[in-house]
Design a protein around this ligand. Sequence first.
Ligand code: 5RP
Length: 261
Amino acid sequence: MNTAGALGNSYVMPAGLIDSIAMTFASSLVKMRRFADWYQLMHPEEKKKIAALAALEYVKPGSIIGIGTGSTVNHFIDLLAEKMPGEIEAAVSSSEASTERMQQQGIRVIELNDAGRLSIYVDGADESNHQLHLIKGGGGALTREKIIAAASDQFICIADESKLVDTLGKFPLPVEVIPMARNLVWQALKGLGGNPVWREEYVTDNGNIILDIHGLRIENALELEDQINQITGVVSVGLFARRPANVLILGGDGGVQKIEG
Ligand code: 5RP
């Protein structure tokens, strides 16, 4: 049956054309796959995993360490359990999700208040610039992440190479806000030049909400962090410039790259 032509106001694509588009698409996928194999391009998860593996060298046996949140950190938790079983005394966790994963892996989790100062904090990032100022909080755990980073001597940030940028801001900047202050804070953030968007249906582990600021180009991360922290109703902002990472470990096709701050 010929399905080509106009039927009323709707257009029905000829069956042959659909087949041909599907075949071209499938053949492009095969070519892309061959290209990736030929150049030995790594899957993004592999890049995160090699960064996580490289972070193990900073873990001292018998220590209490801080552990963050996210897909890269999940690799770190799994590798820590696999390669250094029972070697750390305990971990302080930045989220309920990471706590659950660590406990499943047999890693003891304790409260920061019972831990004192931590030797290292291992966490991912949504973006890093070359000064190791970070945007974090894509997973919503920014406040606890800031607290643990502040309590740690060294912040080891692990990520795939795509997270390194010249200028922060392409990734929407998360701000944790007390729920009743949502509109008040939204107005104030709007005044800073970006476009704040409420992360609806999302509640942080602390019972608060998140506003993500889109469309920022962050030239001065220190200043912006201070400005946002001054807004009444803000719990914390996912800019880590006052307390940047000390080491950034990036996984990429060429292996692992370390940048020290
Ligand atoms: C969670 C974070 C994460 O570190 C950040 O979102 C990166 O996550 P991923 O490793 O999944 O890319 O800040 O609040």
